[in-house]
Design a protein. Structure first.
Lengths: 170, 99
């Protein structure tokens, strides 16, 4: 049962990723990314991290992707610009990515992490739920938590400066 | 499912995102492919957190999500600014900063 769910979610995630890369219309790419994010949320749930899964669906697939859809609607979808490819660019890209995949997998799987071949240790029922993560965020990781809020604020101000209309009376 | 399946899936997703960044030329799609790579990293972080049996990796994944949101906001702001100036949205044409 668990294996079936894993492979369904994995196929969804991989299909979404390939859709993002292969679809010509940016609007469809965004939709494929949303499907990808939902599949990833299922995988997070299977790894007993409920809060990350919920944040993935609500914040990522909900809010960030809406931003993408707005910008695609503003800029206009349009096809991919026709460009000057290097000879065999696609083939080389896929080849290099295949090498990257093999290398990453080999590096992780041949490492000395003994628990990789297992399900991981048994965990208590509250593992990864909002209460546990919130306690970690506010106790052990308070400084990174506040720093990331500052980074978000700076990014929001930066986006307004970048995209806002210039005032005529400077 | 064993943890290694999740790790292999994560490296596969990362490689897919890398292909997208290399072969696409619309800056918006390149941002989407960056998201793919960040999410692959997230999956690996959560999988390792499950493997060790403590929740700190999930906090890292949340921080990565925050950084990804910032990157999206700034990147989309740049795209809107480029569009306003009527420059073409093609990474090959936007190469004035090239060394």
């Amino acid at each position: 049962m668990e294996a079936v769910l894993f492979f369904l979610a994995a196929i969804g995630a991989l299909g979404g990723a390939i859709g993002v890369v292969a679809l010509q219309n940016p609007f469809y790419s965004v939709l494929a990314l949303i499907a990808h994010l939902f599949s990833l949320a299922v995988l997070f749930l299977m790894l007993t991290s409920a809060f990350v899964a919920a944040a993935q669906v609500v914040v990522y697939a909900g809010a960030v992707m809406v931003l993408y859809v707005f910008v695609v609607a503003y800029v206009g979808g349009g096809g991919e610009p026709v460009g000057r490819d290097l000879p065999n660019q696609r083939f080389l890209a896929i080849l290099v990515a295949g090498i990257l995949f093999v290398e990453l997998s080999a590096a992780v799987l041949s490492s000395a992490l003994l628990a990789l071949g297992t399900h991981g240790p048994d965990v208590k029922p509250g593992f990864g739920d909002p209460a546990a993560i919130g306690r970690l965020l506010l106790e052990k990781f308070l400084l990174p938590f506040e720093a990331s809020s500052l980074v978000l604020l700076i990014a929001a101000v930066g986006a307004i400066v970048l995209a806002g209309r210039k005032r005529e009376t400077a | 499912m064993n943890i290694e399946w999740y790790i292999v899936l994560s490296s596969l997703l990362f490689a897919t995102g890398a292909v997208g960044i290399v072969i696409r030329r619309s800056p918006m799609v390149i941002l989407l492919c960056l998201e793919l790579m960040l999410n692959a990293g997230n999956l690996a972080l959560v999988a390792f957190s499950r493997e060790v049996g403590n929740q700190q990796g999930q906090v890292f994944a949340l921080v990565v999500m925050v950084i990804a949101a910032c990157e999206v906001v700034v990147g989309l702001g740049l795209i809107v600014a480029i569009f306003r100036r009527k420059l073409s949205l093609d990474v090959d044409d936007l190469s004035r900063l090239r060394g």
